[in-house]
Design a protein around this ligand. Structure first.
Ligand SMILES: [Zn+2]
Length: 280
């Protein structure tokens, strides 16, 4: 079962907002490290269709926003899920004894800058040995539209080390991308937005990428999307479906924009919403 570990071996890993920047968590034989890239003031202007009354009801006055990545260690591999901007996350990995050259695979939930910004610098791959996994639909979208040339450029130095896949349906028996890791479609935030399910024995963790950006409001009101969502209606459908699945099956979840420790469980919380219980 999911057993909690102590915070980062007692090291005082602190980010700019005075909060810890590493949280470790066990999923069977996998060691999962949540690495904070940065913490900044949250912006309620990104919420679509949330009026002032709704914001006042749910949002703390000075709510924060976080960018996180997850490092999975197990089965003889170091797997990074998203890269952040390539800043604090690299420092935290180094403290854990993991150099960029030790990373065997980078899994991308999608190709926004806060998720792929650590892939390359000056046209060079920052992970010299890693395979990079991205949904076929995601790569195709950014390549075809060219709305963000940086997204395409970040993958270029990886050449034939880029592996594309087609995310499967939630709850289906899926082929593993890597031992213990499957990819589930959660489209809407972007056209190929992917959730990764980490599984070892009975222990599971859903790493849900950008299914949610403003947790204080979107847990109780998962119908509210944000302006970063390519297709806000589809994003809301994916969010509701995965929240329902995680709550019903009691599967812990982890998110790139959830606040520290960014891993926890969800349960139904009235009015069609959910309650968040952060891991301890
Ligand atoms: Zn993001």
């Amino acid at each position: 079962m999911n057993k909690l570990l102590v915070l980062f071996m007692g090291m005082a890993a602190v980010n700019g907002f005075g909060a810890e920047s590493v949280f470790s968590y066990k999923v069977g034989n996998f060691e999962v490290y949540m690495l904070v890239e940065n913490t900044s003031p949250g912006r309620d202007q990104i919420l679509i269709g949330a009026d002032e009354a709704l914001k006042r009801r749910y949002l703390p006055r000075d709510f924060l926003s976080e960018v996180n990545t997850f490092l999975l260690r197990g089965a003889g591999r170091n797997v990074l899920v998203d890269t952040g901007f390539g800043g604090a996350v690299f420092e935290s990995m180094k403290k854990l004894g993991v150099n960029p050259a030790d990373v065997d695979a980078v899994l991308l939930t999608h190709m926004h800058g806060d998720h792929i910004g650590g892939l390359a610098r000056d046209g060079k791959a920052l992970f010299p040995k890693a395979l990079v996994y991205v949904a076929e639909q995601e790569r195709e979208y950014w390549t075809r539209t060219q709305v963000n040339r940086g997204a395409v450029a970040a993958l270029a130095p990886y050449g034939n080390r880029v592996r594309t896949f087609r995310p499967g349906a939630l709850g289906a028996a899926l082929e593993e991308l890597l031992p213990g890791i499957t990819a589930i479609a959660a489209f809407g935030h972007t056209p190929g937005h992917t959730v990764f399910l980490v599984q070892n024995g009975d222990a599971k963790l859903l790493i849900w990428g950008d299914l949610m950006h403003v947790q204080d409001l979107q847990f109780p009101r998962p119908d509210i999307s944000v302006s970063y969502d390519t297709d806000p209606a589809m994003a809301a459908e994916s969010r509701k479906k995965i929240l329902e699945y995680a709550a019903r099956n009691k599967i812990p979840v982890a998110g790139m924009h959830l606040l520290f420790p960014a891993i926890g469980t969800v349960s139904p919380g009235g009015e069609g919403g959910y309650r968040w219980s952060p891991a301890e």
